[in-house]
Ligand binder design. Structure first.
Ligand SMILES: Nc1ccn([C@@H]2O[C@H](COP(=O)(O)OP(=O)(O)OP(=O)(O)O)[C@@H](O)[C@H]2O)c(=O)n1
Ligand SMILES: C[C@](O)(CO)[C@H](O)COP(=O)(O)O
Length: 387
């Protein structure tokens, strides 16, 4: 015994206007119906609900485009002249499928929040039927000829939403017995004498009914996108050995020292770690991939070229560098006095504010290769934020 979901999308959307029925009109670049189907699958997954069948009910004229939209992943059923006729067709298509519970959702509600579906499913554990709704919060008037003619008590009044959930046998029997119009499936089962539990609806779960509802739905999608900000984190690590010389270059700053760092480029270990952190956050490999050591043109190259390339690549891919943190691991030279200049230089190359860059240093307590002053190591972390 398992769950099925019916999405009714066979209406003609006359109130919404437009060149074609509302479920086929675009919302943030996708047909409304694609958003609806995707939000149903997401909500089912989030409820851990094993859904045996998803049935999408379409107008007979729309079957081919329905197949193109869904790619055969759902069962398509032809609808009827009314919403309840469309639901009935889907229920009959599921009649011999050993379904225990069914959720019936409007194709015109593209932004179903997962918690609304979960609430209905939970309520179905203790009730034969359950549906989401929101209490009416505005005052209610009657009116005539543009004048208020009275006030009605709003206590106990709700705005009904979908998905409406039912024990399958009960809703099928109620639909088979039902004659005449019905606002929704709740009305049909109530006419059959069944109790329906009210669960919590959501303001985002709007039904596209009038032209202005498209803009409302787009605004909700935009707000969701902003809330689910795309942040990337990258780390980098690099080591260079000491060799004979009289200075090192660390994070773009030349520091007099009794040794130099050995490397194909200028061996700026801090800048290399930072550059690799950016490539890592972008999932774009490392410095060696973009500037192969086998290529003689990079011999002795200044490392700002690498960092500049990584920072520009981040911008090209739609990210800004939010912050960078570099740690240099060495006994000597002392980094602290040079750190402000290093941070300013890294910020300049990455084209970000200096207070978004940190350079700090630590010794390894004379342990290991850094402790024996055989070389310098560096680790770096960056965060990138999609713009
Ligand atoms: N014969 C019908 C009528 C409606 N519906 C579906 O039921 C849902 C809710 O109905 P409604 O918002 O009234 O849609 P329409 O009937 O398309 O709109 P209108 O009344 O403005 O023509 C919609 O997803 C709609 O596609 C359906 O499957 N079959
Ligand atoms: C089923 C329904 O979505 C519940 O709110 C609604 O009854 C159907 O749409 P309509 O606008 O009332 O035709």
């Amino acid at each position: 015994m398992s769950i099925a979901m019916i999405i009714v999308a066979a209406g003609r959307g006359t109130r919404a206007g437009g060149e074609e029925p509302k479920q086929w009109q675009m919302l943030a670049g996708q047909p409304v119906l694609r958003h609806t189907i995707a939000s149903c699958y997401k909500a089912l997954a989030s409820a851990n609900a094993e859904c045996a069948r998803v049935v999408v009910v379409l107008h007979p004229d729309d079957m081919a485009r329905g197949l193109a939209l869904t790619g055969g992943a759902v069962t398509l059923v032809a609808g009827g002249n009314t919403r309840d006729a469309s639901v009935r067709n889907a229920l009959e298509a599921l009649a011999d499928q050993n379904i225990s519970k069914v959720l019936i959702h409007d194709g015109a509600r593209p932004l179903l929040p997962a918690e609304v579906l979960t609430g209905v499913l939970h309520a179905l554990d203790g009730h034969p039927a359950a549906a989401p709704a929101l209490p009416v919060t505005d005052a209610l008037w009657t009116g005539a000829e543009d004048l208020v003619s009275g006030t009605r008590d709003r206590t106990g009044l709700y705005r009904a939403q979908t998905p409406q959930g039912f024990r399958f046998d009960a809703i099928l029997a109620a639909h088979r017995a039902h004659e005449g119009p019905a606002a929704d499936d709740v009305e049909i089962v109530r006419m059959a004498g069944m109790d329906v539990a009210i669960t919590l609806g959501h303001e985002d779960n709007l039904k596209i009914t009038y032209p202005a509802d498209f803009a409302r739905a787009e605004a909700i999608l935009r707000a969701r996108k902003d809330a689910a900000m795309d942040v990337r984190l990258g780390n980098g690590y690099d080591v260079h050995a000491f060799t004979e010389g009289d200075h090192v270059v660390l994070c773009g700053v030349k520091i007099p020292h009794s040794k130099a760092l050995l490397g194909h480029s200028d061996a700026d270990v801090g800048m290399h770690a930072l550059t690799d952190a950016i490539y890592g956050a972008l999932a774009q490999g490392d410095i060696g991939r973009h500037f192969p050591p086998s290529d003689p043109q990079w011999k002795g190259a200044a490392s700002w070229i690498f960092l500049d390339h990584a920072a520009k690549l981040a911008r090209k891919m739609g990210y800004r560098i939010s912050n960078a943190d570099v740690t240099l691991i060495c006994e000597r030279p002392k980094v602290g006095p040079h750190a402000p200049e290093m941070m300013a230089e890294l910020a300049r190359i990455m084209e970000i504010e200096p207070d978004r860059v940190s350079v700090k240093a630590t010794t390894s307590e004379r342990l290991g290769f850094t402790g024996r002053e055989e070389g310098i190591a560096s680790i770096a972390t960056v965060t990138l934020i999609a713009e």
